[in-house]
Ligand binder design. Sequence first.
Ligand SMILES: [Cu+2]
Length: 168
Amino acid sequence: MNRLTFSLATVLAILAAPTFAAGAADSISVVDPYVRQAPPGAMATGAFMIIKNSGAKDVKVVKADNPASKLTELHTHLNEGGVMKMRPVKDITVKAKGEAVLKPGGLHVMLIEMKAPMKEGDIIPITLTFDDGSSKKVDVPVKKPTAGDMPMSGMGGMPAGGHDMHKH
Ligand SMILES: [Cu+2]
């Protein structure tokens, strides 16, 4: 009997799930998303996109998730004493009727500990969760980095060993 009750609750929870998708996610659209193809052996890479908010209220992205890496974090780059460093951020605000730009050298979604090598054209589904609990799945294509994409000068000749986390 307990098991039946539990199962019923589970089914109801699943049925109810689409209700939670309504909300902030409805006013959010994502433009030009891409994951930068990680160099061979790199442990981590970044995902970039423009997140637009057509709603009348600010929306915060509080979490990102994806099945291709063990960890997914929201990051930004900060200039600390002339050195660009990545730092996790608690959330990313998308202003009402505005947008948040995730780009190399700035805010990004960090994919840490890739489970498998990625190649150009792979699609990585990234789920963004917003502060009201609603969420949106974005299919993000993998792109090769281009020269103009590299935000940090002077990094090109450095060996990757131990510095993967700081490479983008
Ligand atoms: Cu990062």
